[in-house]
Each structure stands twice: as C-alpha cells, then as structure tokens.
Design a binder for this molecule. Structure first.
Ligand code: NAP
Length: 445
C-alpha cells in the first residue's frame, strides 16, 4: 500500500451538501488518495450547532463551532455554509494563509467573486466553485478550461430547478401558476420564501458567474437585467404551445454589438419562448441545463441535476480533487481572468424578437393602424394571427357589446429598445383594447 502524504481538508458547513462531501471524503478515502497521490484528511467540520442531527453518521470529534481556528493550517478549505458572512471572511483568511478554496456559494461568488479571485491570484492559490452554478453539472471548468481556446458567443441556461419545475408543470399538465407553485412548494422545490427563485434573483447570480467566465469580464450582479416568472400565465403557456414554443426562465450571457457599433456583452434573466425543437425545451421538471454556443465548437449542451446534496457534492469533490492534485504537483492555481473587460450593455441593446398578444377592436382599419405602429418603430412582423372575434365582456355589461379580436404578432429580430417602444405605442393606440402578453423569443440565430 502506498504511503501517501496527508492534505489537510477543513470543511465549513455540514448541511445538505456538506454532510455528503464529508461522507464521500471518508468513504472514498483510499480511492481519492490513489487519484490524487495524497490522502485527503478531514481535519474538522465547522457548524453552528454541535448537537444538530446530521444527514449522515460522522465522527463527533470532527465537529467544531470554531471555523476561524479550523481554517488556519488547512491545505484546502471547502466552504459549504452559504451566505455572505462569515463565509467571505473565512475564505479570505484561508486564501491569505495559502490554502486552496472550494465553494458552492453562488451568492458569495456573484457578489464578491473578483475580490476572492484577486486574493487567490496574489497568493497563487486556487479558488474553485464548480457547484455554484447548476449543481452537479460540470459547466464552470468546461467554460474556463475546456473552451479556453475558443470564443464563446452565447450561453443560455436553465439554472433554477424550482422555476423550471413550475413552468414545466404548467406546460405539460396544464396547471395554473398557483397550482404549480403549490405543488412545487409541497415537494420541497421552493424555499419558505420563494422570492429568490421565482423573481429570478438566484438565476441572476448564476448569469453573473457564467457571463464573467465566458467573456473574461467582471459582471456585477446589479448589471444583470432580471425578470422572474410571476407574470407568466396559463394563457401564455397555452399560446406558446400552440405556436410551437415553450416558456423557460433563461439566464443569458451573450456577446452583442451596440447600436453605435461598440462590442460588448449582455447578461440577463427572463422568461422567454424557445422553440420546442431547441434542446433546452427538453429540460423537464427540476433539471438544469446550460447551452453554450462557441465559434469553433458550435453548440454544446450540459444537462443534469442542478441541486441536491449528493449531486452537488459530486461537483465539490471534483474541485477538491483538482485542488489536491495541484498541491501534489506544485505551482500556482489557475487565476480567474477578467482581461477582456468588455462593456456591459443595457438590455435595450439586445437584439431579439417578440411575441405580442393583443386584444383589438374588431373593425376596419385596425390591422393597418397596428402595422403603422410597428413600421414607425422599425419593427417588422414575421407573423400575424387572428383568433375568433369575441364580445368584450366588460363592454357587454354596459352599452352595446363591443366586438374585439385577439391578435398574436410575431416580430422579426429587432433591438429591444425599439420593441419595447412598439409595445408602449400599441398600449396607447385607440385600436388596441389590451396588450395581454409580451414575450421574447430566444435560442434562434
Ligand atoms: P445548509 O443545508 O443550510 O447547510 C449549511 C451548513 O452550514 C449547516 O451545517 C450550518 O450549521 C453551517 N453554517 C451556517 N452558518 C454557519 C456559521 N456561521 N458558522 C458555522 N457553520 C455555519 O446548506 P446547503 O444546502 O448544504 O448549501 C451549502 C452551500 O451550497 C450554499 O452556498 C448553497 O447555495 C450551495 N448549493 C447548495 C445546493 C443544494 O442543492 N443544497 C446546490 C448548489 C449549491 P448547522 O447545521 O449547525 O446549522
């Protein structure tokens, strides 16, 4: 049997993910040692409560509430506490001491990633966070390393399992938004406060991380345009289905050319239509997927479990083994890279197409009026579909029943600012009684 040297691993947190990481380090000790060329010795596990029940049986003597002390003297620190503080301070302390750090903390990386990466680079340590985006799915390393020689043009991600579960139920089972939310909550897909998920904050944190890595640029989370799924209705889902689309909450990172010719990037999150033929349309339930478009590699898709204790632990262990191998071989960690420093363009500069659903007066000249509004804003219609005329219920109850018709307009690609101005003008038009839905179409070329 090989006499491996020890690498001291400090674990911060023993919740859903941390407990599984601890179990795997212990259970797979020999195998990991053979893969790394050194033994991963768990020196301690920092928690808040020493008496709390754990998901797995672990040696009691490993537990401590003194995270600061545990970090000192570690070769590798694995942070699975979550939250900003004290996780940030502990990671900085670990890096200052020359330890490599592995974390799954998307909130921390999205808000303080550059600060932590700078510290890691200063001391030549490795900072890894594969599990921070899309749980078990390898996406950070593929973007950072496997595609390092390529030029990524666009990343489209379904990176929040809860919202994908809700939208998928509405699409596949015809649930109302309320019913889908209730089932998601009952099955544990939603936190007690679901705002982070349904309002798109979680996806925006992941969009920040994906865009930063894909485009070698610091992308503050505040610069990510964010819309959640709370406005998505069963009617929109039905209409999308009818037109051959599905609605997904997408985290998008994309290279763009602004109207004035400036090359830049956009990071945004919103519910959007994608063709039912697009690979992302087949991502059902709580699963995640990231679709990457690169100049040389073309289209790639990474699919799998975006959450779950043991699934996420797989990504954490991958980072841990990689950091441990670096210790064995020596040399500095791979630094983060923000050298491109591309301008972050506002959502108004994005080029996309819209599907607009309108309720219009059913009388002569209405279509011409609408066509005129589109033309004035430089937007052209790719399709116009009119559904059967119907009596306006409100009008029905008062004076003579006014006939209205439902129109679905699909536009060609245009700048978001022009499309938004078009929708505003439609709202104000006397020909239009209501704009009932506006959705962007993504995933086309
Ligand atoms: P969790 O179940 O809430 O566990 C958090 C652990 O950290 C607990 O053991 C807790 O101790 C400990 N802790 C929290 N604050 C602490 C403090 N101030 N000092 C010492 N210990 C502290 O969290 P989780 O679901 O495992 O998630 C961990 C990280 O992974 C988060 O950053 C999360 O965003 C990320 N992540 C999770 C998933 C997932 O599926 N769960 C997926 C991807 C990424 P006590 O047990 O004593 O309270």
């Amino acid at each position: 049997m090989n006499a491996y040297r020890d690498l001291r691993v400090a674990l911060l947190g023993c919740g859903s993910v941390g407990a599984q990481v601890a179990r795997l380090i212990i259970e797979q000790g020999d195998e990991l040692a053979a893969r790394v060329g050194a033994r991963l010795r768990l020196t301690g596990i920092a928690v808040r409560s020493l008496d709390a029940e754990r998901d797995v049986e672990l040696p009691r003597e490993l537990f401590t509430t003194d995270a600061e002390q545990l970090v000192l003297g570690a070769d590798i620190v694995v942070e699975l506490m979550g939250g900003i503080e004290p996780a940030r301070a502990l990671i900085l302390r670990a890096l200052e001491g020359g330890a490599d750090v592995v974390t799954a903390n998307k909130a921390l990386i999205a808000t303080h990633g550059p600060e932590l990466a700078d510290m890691a680079e200063q001391v030549g340590a490795q900072l890894s966070y594969e599990a921070a985006v899309a749980g078990a799915i390898p996406i950070i390393r593929p973007l950072r390393e496997s595609l390092a020689g390529d030029r990524i043009t666009r990343v489209l991600g379904i990176v929040n399992g809860s919202t994908n579960y809700i939208l998928d139920r509405m699409d596949r089972f015809g649930d109302s938004a309320e019913d889908a939310m209730r089932v998601a909550s009952e099955l544990g897909y939603l936190e007690a406060d679901p705002t982070l998920d349904v309002e798109g904050y979680d996806a925006a944190q992941k969009a920040t991380i994906l865009a930063s890595i894909a485009f070698h640029t610091e992308v503050p989370v505040e610069s990510v345009h964010r819309e959640g799924i709370t406005g998505v209705t069963a009617e929109q889902i039905e209409a999308a289905k009818h037109a051959g689309y599905v609605i997904k909450l997408l985290a998008i990172a994309e290279r763009l050319i602004a109207a004035d010719g400036t090359p830049g990037i956009s990071a945004r999150v919103y519910p959007a239509l994608i063709s039912r033929d697009h690979p992302l349309a087949a991502v059902h339930g709580g699963k995640n997927a990231v679709f990457v478009e690169a100049e040389a590699a073309g289209e790639l898709m990474f699919y799998g479990a975006g959450a779950g204790g043991v699934e996420t632990a797989s990504a954490v262990l991958g980072d841990l083994v990689s950091a441990a191998r670096r210790h064995v071989v020596g040399g500095p960690g791979i630094p983060g890279s923000a050298h491109a420093d591309l301008p972050l363009l506002p959502v108004g500069e994005v080029t996309t197409s819209y599907q607009i659903m309108l309720q219009v007066r059913d009388e002569p000249g209405v279509l011409a009026a609408i066509a005129g509004i589109l033309a004035r804003h430089g937007v052209s219609a790719a399709s116009v579909e009119q559904t059967a005329a119907q009596a306006d219920e409100a009008a029905d109850r008062t004076a003579g029943a006014e006939q209205t018709a439902a129109l679905v307009i699909g536009t060609h690609r245009a700048r978001e600012a022009d499309l938004a101005a078009t929708v505003e003008a439609l709202r104000e038009s006397a020909a239009v009684t209501a704009v009932t839905s506006v959705l962007r179409l993504e995933g086309d070329s």
